[in-house]
Ligand binder design. Structure first.
Ligand code: SAM
Length: 262
């Protein structure tokens, strides 16, 4: 990623860090699946890459408790500062917070039982990241990738009704691209692709608060006046489709890829 793109994203992630957990919805379902598949291990050494405020891994900590040691890894200082304040960190057997890029992980070879990445892989250089996953996972270790594909992004409330949203978000993978990146990687094999659908409802006010809080970094790709025009367009589109501003409903879709280090 060019430095200029990362510096505007750095600013974005630092600014949004304090409110990130309240702006984003954390779904327990993928964590339940991950916790079940790791449940047999007496202890688990994990790395959460692109961890942000660590909200998903906190959920895993609630389920695996002291059996879990986590390396929290992210490029953003602001996100990691917010993470360090989280009282849920006391649930873990141990943890370390490392400011680093996903493409060069400060971890030894073949030591991890699992690596987790939530809503972040589209920010990484995927080939370098997968090489690092293959290097740091032990044989039989698992990589979990939670993300949404480009077509799923187009079906979000934003993708359908927010002018320019689906077109501007060019970073997400489509299924074929990600599968092909994984397929070309020696030592990594996809074991499972699980689809999740979540029915959501929110008021228009609540949706607009999320846009102004830039809960998706896609909203940083709008100039200030362009964003205001898009908000007007979004409001008009929702008024026409829903005829109410109180209860707007849609379905969010995500996928969880389970990949084994063979
Ligand atoms: C959309 S946020 C998701 C955060 C968290 N995983 C979650 O779901 O709440 C993406 C995160 O990836 C981090 N990130 C982006 N590019 C990165 C890179 N190359 N290496 C490490 N972290 C990166 C950002 O700083 C940000 O915290």
């Amino acid at each position: 990623m060019p430095r200029s793109v990362w510096s505007s994203l750095t600013h974005h992630f630092s600014t949004v860090a304090a409110r990130y957990n309240e702006l984003r919805t954390t779904d327990p379902e993928p964590i339940e699946l991950i916790a079940r598949s790791l449940g047999q291990l007496p202890s688990v050494t994990a790395a959460n890459v692109g961890c942000g405020t660590g909200r998903y891994t906190m959920e895993l900590g609630q389920r695996l408790g002291k059996r879990l040691f986590v390396y929290f890894i992210d490029r953003s200082k602001g996100m990691l500062e917010r993470l360090r304040l989280d009282p849920n960190l006391s649930a873990f057997g141990g943890f370390d917070v490392l400011r680093s890029r996903a493409e060069i992980l400060p971890l030894p070879d073949a030591t991890l039982d699992c690596m987790l990445t939530f809503h972040a892989i589209h920010h990484f250089d995927v080939t370098k990241f997968l090489q690092e996953a293959a290097r740091t996972l032990r044989s039989g270790g698992l990589l979990y990738v939670y993300t949404r594909f480009r077509d799923q992004n187009g079906r979000l409330i934003w993708g359908q009704y927010f002018p320019g949203f689906a077109e501007k978000e060019t970073r997400l993978f489509d299924e074929e691209q990600l599968m092909s990146a994984l397929g070309s990687m020696r030592h990594l094999t996809v074991r499972e692709l699980t689809h999740f659908s979540f029915r959501r409802t929110a008021s228009l006010d609540c949706l607009l608060q999320r846009v102004r809080g830039r809960h998706y970094s896609t909203f940083c790709m709008y100039e200030a006046d362009e964003l205001e025009r898009a908000i007007d367009g979004f409001t008009a589109n929702l008024d026409e489709r829903f005829r109410t501003r109180e209860v707007i409903d849609w379905v969010d879709e995500n996928v969880l890829l389970t990949v084994e280090r063979v």
